[in-house]
Write a protein that binds this ligand. Sequence first.
Ligand SMILES: [Zn+2]
Length: 226
Amino acid sequence: MKAPAPLEALTAALRRLPGVGAKSAQRFAYHLLQRDREGAARLAQALADAAARVRHCARCNTFTELEVCETCSSPRRDASLLCVVETPADQLTIEQTLSYRGMYFVLMGRLSPLDGVGPKQIGLDRLLARAADPALREVILATNFTQEGEATAHYIGEMMRARGLKVTRLARGVPVGSELEYVDPSTIAQALRDRRAVSEAVAGDRTDRSGARADHEGREDPGGSR
Ligand SMILES: [Zn+2]
């Protein structure tokens, strides 16, 4: 027995999604047609709308409905800073810290030669054009700390340095609130390599922390139960 052509087409379309195999695609299609026709209509509408209306910002490459996104056109953002991230989700994560007021460039991926993702695929020509902005002083590399993310950061860093820009990388470090003995050695090694001079503000901060630490030690079982 052959499935109706529209059902086959739906299953084939669902299979285009990452991680969805033949069985899952079939299950989704059956579910939509058998139990959730309204959901199917909404999904179809949302897909059509998004595909028609969402585009890439002409400046930072993130998803937007506008020619230039709100972040890029905001006069309140610091145009001297450009933070390079892999995805819009990473951008959102940094935004949620409320501690960055500069601009972004979203690669929409990372260099991955084995998967055929080269400089062109992640829009490095557009990043270069963006970096020509005379207001720009510093490029912050905030790609992931994976092998590919590091390689991407290295590649872009070299490119930006060659253009006379200051290049910084997110510091890898010891998580806030953690104790050294429970942090993995490679993170400690990296934190040591990335150590920085202690400013007065940090020194003051350290006084606070040592107070907290004494309190903590006071509570701890001296026999070291852990
Ligand atoms: Zn933008």
